[in-house]
Design a binder for this molecule. Structure first.
Ligand code: BG6
Length: 478
C-alpha cells in the first residue's frame, strides 16, 4: 500500500550511509510499490551536482547496493526521476532558499540528518529559520547519539529548541531488523513462552553480536568510540530491552518505550570484574587493530563482554551476558534464552543436563530455533538427545524470504507514516548513557590496555572465563 505523498531530504546525500543503506532502502520500497509517484526524494550535500548528475550517482549506488534481482533499468530510471539534488552548506546560507522552495508545505516532510552530530544544531536551526520546521516536519537522526551522557543531553536540548519529541526519530537500525521485531511477536503473541519468561525458569540470557570484519573504512570514528559506545550502548542495549521488558499494553510508541526505559533504569551497575575488553591482533592475513587505525598507542576496545543483571521482580537473579566484537570467527548475532534444567530427572543422573534454549538468530540466517530434548530414536533404551526445532525464515516462509526487508526500509517508511514505536526516545538514550558512562569511567581510571585476541578467534580467553566461573558457557560463534 503506497504511503501518502511526502518530501524526504537526505542531508549527507552523497555519504556512505546514504549510499549503503538509505538510497537502496528507498529503492526497494519503490519496487514494492510503496512510494507514490508524487514523492520527492532530495539529496542535499556540499558536492557539486545538478539533478542529472545526482541521478547518475543514485543509479550507480543502486546497482552497487540493491539486490541484483531488483535492478532492472526501467525501474531504476523511474525511481531516479523522483530524485533531486540541492547543493547546500549546513553551516552557511547556500542552498537553503532553494530547498525551501521545493519543499511542499502541505505534506509530510522528513529531514534525514545523515551527517555527523556536530552538524545537527546547524541543520535544525536552519530548517527553523527557513520555515521548514512546522508540525508536519520530522527529523531523523542517526547514532552515535552523543559520546556520553553529557553530550547526549546537549543534543537532546538543542533539538528540543526547534522540534517536539514526537517529531524526532532517533534511529537504532537493530530495531528495524525483522527478527528483532519478531522477538516481540514471539513473546507477546504466543502463550507458550511468556509464563516461563522470568528468573524462576530462565537460567540466563546471552546476547552475542559478533562481526568478522574489522574497522577499516571508519578508523577515525571507531577509534574514538570503541565497542562499548558503538554497539553496547545502543544495539545490544535495545536487544536486551526487548527481551527483558514487561508486556506493554499496546504496540504503540510510548507504551513500548516506557517499558524499555524501565529495563534500562533497573540494570545493575557493572563492575570491572564482570567486564572483559579486547583488541584484535593480526591474523588470517589481516592487520591488527593498531595497524588498521594507524595508531600504535590506541587503547580502544574492539571487543567487549560483560555480565549484568536486572533488579526487578521478573529478573532478579538471572544473569545477562553480552558480548560483541570485530574480527571474530564469524558474523553471528543471536540472543539465547537458556532455560533451567527440569527440577528432577526421572531418567537418572546419567541422562545429563538438558536445558531448553530458545535462540533468536539475527545473523547470518534470520530465524528462531528452540532446542528440545527427545528420546534418541531406536531400541537402545531411554537415551536423551537435544534437537533443534528450527524455523529459519528462508526455509519456512519459502521463496522470496531471502528478500527479508532491510531494517532501513521499515524504519524510513515508519518515519513517513509517523510511527515512532521502533525509534529511541530521548530519555531512553540518556538512560543508556547513564549506565554506560560509569563502566567506561572505571576502565579509564584503571588505565589497562584491552586484552589482545587473534583475528578470526572468539575473542580473549578471559571472556570465556567470565562464564566458566559461573558454570556456564557461551554458545559457539559459528
Ligand atoms: C553499526 C556500527 O551501528 O552497526 C558498526 O557502527 C556495526 O560498527 C554495524 O558494524 C552492525 O550492523 P549490522 O546490521 O551489520 O549487524
Amino acid at each position: 500500500i503506497p504511503v501518502d505523498p511526502f518530501d524526504l531530504v537526505v542531508f549527507g546525500g552523497t555519504g556512505d550511509l546514504a549510499r549503503r543503506k538509505i538510497l537502496p532502502a528507498l529503492y526497494r520500497r519503490f519496487c514494492a510499490g510503496q512510494i507514490p509517484d508524487e514523492a520527492n526524494i532530495i539529496g542535499a550535500a556540499r558536492s557539486e551536482f545538478d539533478d542529472a548528475g545526482y541521478r547518475a550517482f543514485v543509479r550507480d549506488t543502486i546497482l552497487e547496493f540493491a539486490p541484483v534481482t531488483l535492478c532492472e533499468d526501467g525501474a531504476i530510471d523511474t525511481f531516479c526521476d523522483r530524485v533531486r539534488y540541492i547543493k547546500l552548506d549546513a553551516r552557511g546560507d547556500e542552498g537553503w532558499e532553494a530547498l525551501a522552495r521545493i519543499i511542499h508545505a502541505d505534506r509530510v516532510r522528513a529531514f534525514y540528518f545523515s551527517v555527523g552530530p556536530q552538524l545537527f544544531a546547524d541543520l535544525a536551526e536552519r530548517l527553523h529559520r527557513h520555515g521548514m520546521a512546522s508540525g508536519e516536519t520530522r527529523i531523523v537522526v542517526e547514532k552515535p547519539f552523543g559520546h556520553d551522557l553529557a553530550s547526549a543531553r546537549e543534543l537532546n536540548t538543542m533539538l528540543a529548541r526547534h522540534f517536539d519529541e514526537t517529531q524526532i526519530y532517533r534511529i537504532d537500525h537493530y530495531l528495524g531488523k525483522e527478527t528483532v521485531q519478531n522477538l516481540m511477536a514471539i513473546r507477546f503473541a504466543n502463550m507458550l513462552f511468556e509464563p516461563l519468561w522470568n528468573s524462576q525458569y530462565v537460567d540466563h540470557i546471552q546476547i552475542t553480536v559478533a562481526e568478522s570484519m574489522g574497522v577499516a573504512g571508519r578508523e577515525e570514528f571507531y577509534d574514538r568510540a570503541g565497542a562499548m559506545r558503538d554497539m553496547m550502548q545502543n544495539h545490544m542495549m535495545q536487544l536486551l530491552c526487548l527481551i527483558a521488558m514487561e508486556p506493554p499494553a499496546k504496540f504503540e510508541p510510548d507504551a513500548v518505550r516506557d517499558e524499555k526505559l524501565k529495563v534500562i533504569r533497573a540494570l545493575d551497575t557493572v563492575v570491572l570484574d564482570d567486564i572483559v575488553r579486547g583488541q584484535y591482533e593480526a591474523g588470517e592475513d589481516k592487520p591488527g587493530y593498531l595497524d588498521d587505525v594507524g595508531n600504535s598507542e590506541s587503547t580502544t576496545e574492539s571487543f567487549v563482554a560483560l555480565k549484568t543483571g536486572i533488579g526487578n521482580w521478573r529478573w532478579a537473579g538471572t544473569p545477562f551476558y553480552l558480548r560483541t566484537g570485530k574480527r571474530l570467527r564469524a558474523r553471528t548475532s543471536e540472543i539465547a534464552v537458556v532455560f533451567k534444567d527440569a527440577p528432577h530427572s526421572i531418567f537418572g543422573a546419567d541422562a545429563g543436563r538438558h536445558a531448553n534454549i530458545l535462540t533468536i538468530v539475527l545473523q547470518p540466517n534470520e530465524g528462531i530455533e528452540l532446542g528440545v530434548t527427545i528420546k534418541e530414536p531406536g531400541p537402545g533404551g531411554m537415551r536423551l538427545i537435544d534437537v533443534p526445532l528450527d524455523m529459519s525464515f528462508a526455509e519456512t516462509l519459502g521463496p522470496g524470504a531471502e528478500l527479508v526487508p532491510d531494517a532501513y526500509e521499515r524504519l524510513i517508511m515508519d518515519v513517513i507514516r509517523g510511527n515512532q514505536t521502533l525509534f529511541m526516545r530521548g530519555d531512553e538514550v540518556e538512560a543508556a548513557w547513564r549506565w554506560t558512562d560509569p563502566i567506561i569511567a572505571q576502565w579509564e581510571e584503571k588505565g589497562e590496555r584491552p586484552l589482545p585476541y587473534e583475528s578470526g578467534s572468539t575473542g580473549p580467553e578471559d571472556a570465556l572465563a567470565l562464564m566458566h566461573r559461573d558454570g556456564r558457557r557461551w554458545r559457539e560463534i559459528r
